[in-house]
Design a protein around this ligand. Structure first.
Ligand SMILES: [Fe+2]
Ligand SMILES: [Fe+2]
Length: 377
């Protein structure tokens, strides 16, 4: 670990970490300075060691973690790219015994750590994972305006003042092929509210998959299911309006549906009179037992009112539903719901189903759900 130590003690790197600490102290929900950096280094080491990576890889991972956020000194915009550029100066300048490939791997891991769309090495996966775990831990600091827009602020403020949102620590450990993230919270922690706006699991899951592992979550040692199936009762009907697949006369393809949502998002979302706010995207799949399938892409409204051509409405009746929640959209459609219903003694009414996207259809990370109506006895 000689090389890692050299960078850890480098006065310039330390100056940057201290400056970044001060720069963002009061602005952002997540700290990007020394404390955050050392947390990320620590988790990267734990992950790579537990997964039996060699010393060399572990050291490169720790170096990438140490420098992953130094670019914040030049502002938040594209900070991952800036961090990689700055890290290159340190890696080039001090002439450590790294191969060209190793250097490239470290720089790539730094550049890719922010949005998690691209992972190209175990180091990259480990840095991404550690960085996002920290994001979870520090998700709700006093500057709560940076929480996802669809969360209910009044509810959050109240929860915070009731001490329902404090996460004291986040531990990561590996058991076999499971990477387990355990959040330590107060007894009064509001698990339901927390999960309703948590968009980090998808990134963690991807990073874990790159390391050939699955990711599991715990709150105070108790397993939290990110995919959940339960029976709920809608006490009131829900009115939905939106673009109608049927009226638009589109071919039954995934592309048509995607295009409908694009049009809806660009032209109509947030401009619908009577829309229930915050706007939540609803997709109604109706007439499923006939050959005139209908698909409505829209949102809920207080009253239906008059509709434009190409628009349709649907009333989701009150009653019992199977609510299938997941932050992984594909899981919502791949689960064998019929088998689940059979095991749990309910019969699904297959005439319609409703997909609900609290963070928007194109935001895969949020906890989306599908409602399957239960046939009344
Ligand atoms: Fe970052
Ligand atoms: Fe970071």
């Amino acid at each position: 670990m000689e090389n890692y130590k050299r960078y850890l003690n480098d006065p310039d790197i330390n100056r940057i970490l201290d400056t970044v600490n001060t720069m963002y102290k009061d602005i952002f929900t997540v700290c990007h300075g020394r404390q955050h950096t050392l947390f990320v280094v620590d988790i990267v080491e734990t992950l790579l060691k537990s997964l039996d990576y060699d010393e060399r890889t572990i050291e490169l991972g720790k170096i990438a973690a140490l420098m992953h956020d130094i670019g914040n000194i030049a502002g938040r915009w594209e900070h991952a790219k800036k961090s990689a550029a700055l890290a290159k100066v340190f890696l080039d300048g001090s002439d450590p015994p790294f191969s060209v490939d190793e250097k490239q791997m470290v720089l790539q891991a730094i550049e890719d750590h922010s949005d998690g769309a691209n992972i190209s090495s175990p180091i990259g996966a480990a840095v991404l994972f550690a960085d996002k775990v920290y994001g979870t831990k520090k998700r709700l600091l006093p500057n709560a305006h940076l929480v996802p827009f669809y969360m209910n602020m009044t509810e959050i403020r109240k929860a915070k003042s009731d001490n329902e949102m404090e996460i004291e620590d986040a531990n990561v450990y590996v058991s076999g092929k499971d990477i387990i993230v355990n959040l330590i919270t107060s007894d009064t922690f509001n698990k339901k509210l927390f999960l309703s706006g948590w968009d980090i699991p998808l990134k963690l899951k991807r990073a874990a998959e790159y390391l050939s592992c699955t990711c599991r979550f715990q709150i105070n040692g108790e397993e939290v299911r990110i995919t959940n199936i339960e029976v709920i009762t809608l006490s009131e009907e829900i009115k939905v309006i939106g673009l109608s697949f049927h009226k638009l006369g589109l071919p039954e393809t995934i592309e048509s549906i995607e295009n409908m949502w694009k049009t809806y998002n660009e032209k109509y979302r947030n401009r619908i009179e009577n829309a229930v706010v915050p706007v939540v995207d609803y997709a109604v799949n109706a007439n499923l037992l006939t050959d005139t399938h209908e698909y409505i892409a829209g949102c809920t409204v207080a009253e239906v009112g008059e509709l434009d051509e190409n628009w349709a409405s649907f009333v989701i009746p009150s009653g019992r539903y199977i609510k299938h929640t997941s932050c992984i959209t594909s899981e919502l459609h791949s689960t064998d719901m019929e088998a689940w219903a059979k095991t749990n003694g309910v019969v699904i009414n297959k005439d319609f189903l409703v997909e609900v996207y609290p963070g928007g259809v194109f935001n895969e990370g949020s906890l989306n759900y599908v409602l399957h109506p239960i046939q009344s006895e």
